[in-house]
Write a protein that binds this ligand. Structure first.
Ligand code: F6R
Length: 614
């Protein structure tokens, strides 16, 4: 949510900042802006709409040469996406420029105070008050670092702030509270970014900052303090992916590239997590075995797609460990005053590791002394940092706004966690665990086989251009897959889509079925309980009422094929693992249909990649 870039060095800051914004645009694309320091003055430009609008404006009216600059790509919170509300914002005397991600909750009272003191605010944003406060502090004679420390002490809410002072051209100062910010360490140059994609082209050496810290970058130095001015240290690390991971690699969309990366992503998520004989080794789970044996309840929290991964986890973890598992949307969790004890394990799933709702949920859980385990894709993000343990999903950067490889690897991490708990608690025999580990090891190849048949799904998308609504049905672990399929379609194709548990149909939703309505049906593998037969009955019922059935079932399933208007074959996998392969055609379908409808798949309307505001 909002992308931020800062640079000091020897290169043209405009090029570095614009390139960084391009890589961060997935975080928000309501407007974009830049500020450069040039000969004791500020040069700025900012435009509503996508970064391309800003680039066009700069091409028409070039900015002066400069080696210090900041930039911003916005997901609007306070104020409509207009030029005036775009960042950077300037102080009263236009000495200082500021960009911001987050929400300053006490901005209204600060604004009143500033206006009473004669400040003229030009936008509807919360950010502008911080710009004016900073400039007022500078006017007292302190430098930008001290001004930032003082102002941060007055702000409430979540924020990353990055500022330049035209009187101090070789310095960029930033601060963070509950909002992401990383420093890129270069040679004779340093960088700031909402995430490492902002500077990955220039350096893979990074510094992760803690909460409530201020960082000052110059060409040759990086200095970190707390808001109280006391020296602090960041955590230096090496980014284990490179520029190619942040490029589309010949695909039309990042999303499509990421869909096709899933065999490799699943393999990476499994790598090093078990011995050759299938014994789990999750060294990152720093909660000791005795405590894991005492766990009497698990609550999985997450939002959107991550919450659906949690719903899949519920089926697997309960089955393997017999520990009751609840799944809760992170934004609902803390407000219902959940019952939490020392023996409750809270599992927080978040691709970005920065989702504010999930972060607040884990803070609540830890305050009640529950242990928190994060499942996360982003090294060093706030959620894993604030958790007792973490399982990283190792999917590599996910840039498409709609989560794909993030989701699949979250499920893999949940399976690993379930098996690990079963191992520690002795609820499964070693050979059972190693058999399932063996099944998981087959998944990269099986996902690859589904992807080889992408053309069939693309053809279906062509046939369904113009559909007004689409339903998705599933049972058991296929139910969250149905909801995920519907979510992908809503967010990319802007079509009304719903995922239902197939058994629920006859209790109401079947009234929606009408002639020609496309309904995707995720059929469980044959042989387990009566799930398969029950699902086939549901398909017959909707087909009898005119639905166009698109049936996803294992290859060679004659009963499923008989009732399919379109049959999409899945490899044979155990029921609990089927979501890993069943979701793939649904991702491909949403991506392709949105493409055919002319939508921007990587930047769907109104959305942003990581939701860092509550
Ligand atoms: C949907 C999607 C979102 C995210 C949700 C949580 O395609 O991407 O629903 O899953 O915003 O994000 P993370 O996993 O970063 O916490």
């Amino acid at each position: 949510m909002c992308g931020i870039v800062g640079y000091v060095g020897m290169k043209q800051a405009q090029d570095v900042v614009i390139e960084g914004l391009r890589r961060l645009e997935y975080r928000g694309y309501d407007s974009a802006g830049i500020a450069l320091v040039h000969e004791g003055d500020l040069a700025t430009d900012k435009r509503a709409g996508k970064l391309a609008n800003l680039e066009k404006a700069i091409a028409e009216t070039p900015l002066p040469s400069s080696t210090t600059g900041i930039g911003h790509t916005r997901w609007a919170t306070h104020g409509a996406p207009t030029d005036a509300n775009a960042h950077p914002h300037l102080g009263n005397e236009s000495r200082l420029a500021l960009v911001h991600n987050g929400i300053i909750e006490n901005f209204a009272e600060l604004r009143r105070e500033l206006e009473a003191a004669g400040h003229e605010l030009r936008s509807e944003t919360d950010t502008e008050v911080a710009a004016h406060l900073l400039e007022s502090e500078l006017a007292t004679g302190v430098g930008l670092t001290v001004a930032m420390q003082r102002v941060c002490g007055r702000l409430e809410g979540a924020f990353t702030l990055v500022a330049v002072d035209s009187h101090d051209p070789d310095r960029v100062v930033a601060a963070r509270r509950n909002s992401p910010l990383v420093v890129g360490l270069g040679d004779g140059e340093n960088f700031l970014g909402s995430d490492v994609a902002a500077f990955i082209e220039h350096t893979r050496e990074a510094l992760e900052l803690g909460q409530d810290q201020v960082v000052t970058i110059t060409r040759d130095g990086v200095e970190v303090t707390g808001f109280d001015g006391r020296p602090a240290a960041g955590n230096r690390y090496y980014v284990d992916w490179d520029l190619s991971a942040a490029e589309k690699d010949g695909h039309d969309w990042f999303m499509r590239k990421e869909i096709f990366e899933q065999p490799a992503a699943v393999a990476a998520a499994l790598l090093g997590r078990h011995t050759e004989d299938g014994r789990l080794q999750l060294d990152e789970v720093r909660i000791d075995d005795a405590e894991l044996r005492d766990v009497d309840r698990i609550i999985v929290v997450g939002c959107g797609t991550a919450a659906y991964a949690g719903q899949v986890a519920k089926y697997a973890i309960e089955h393997w460990t017999r520990i009751p598992v609840e799944v809760e949307l992170a934004h609902e969790f803390r407000y219902r005053d959940p019952i939490l004890t020392r023996n409750t394990l809270v599992v927080a799933i978040s691709q970005s590791g920065e989702t504010a709702d999930t972060l607040m949920a884990i803070r609540h859980a830890r305050a009640q002394r529950s242990k928190v385990l994060a499942i996360c894709n982003t090294n060093g993000a706030t959620i894993p940092r604030e958790s007792d343990a973490v399982i990283y999903t190792h999917a590599g950067p996910e840039i498409g706004v709609a989560s794909t490889k993030g989701f699949v690897t979250q499920m893999v991490a949940c399976y690993l966690l379930g098996l690990y708990l079963a191992q520690v608690r002795g609820t499964m025999y070693g050979d059972e665990i190693s058999r399932i580990v063996g099944d998981l090891e087959q998944v990269p190849g099986q996902v690859g086989r589904v992807l080889e048949r992408a053309d069939r799904v693309y053809q279906l998308a062509e046939e369904l251009v113009g559909a007004k609504a689409v339903l998705f049905l599933g049972r058991h672990a296929g139910y969250p897959v149905a909801m995920e399929g519907a979510l992908k379609l809503k967010e990319l194709a802007y079509i009304h889509a719903e995922g239902f548990a197939a058994g629920e149909l006859k209790h109401g939703p079947i009234a929606l079925i009408e002639e020609g309505l496309p309904v995707f049906c995720v059929v469980p593998p044959r042989g387990r309980d009566q799930l398969h037969g029950k699902m086939i009955s549901a398909i017959q019922e909707i087909r009898a009422r005119g639905a166009r059935t698109i049936v996803l079932a294992e290859e060679g399933d004659p009963a499923a094929a008989d009732y399919a208007d379109t049959f999409i074959a899945l490899p044979r996998v155990p029921t609990l693992l089927q979501p890993l392969v069943a979701v793939i055609p649904l991702q491909l379908f949403a991506c392709q249909l949105a493409t055919l409808m002319g939508h921007d798949v990587d930047q769907p309307r109104n959305l942003a990649k990581s939701v860092t505001v509550e």
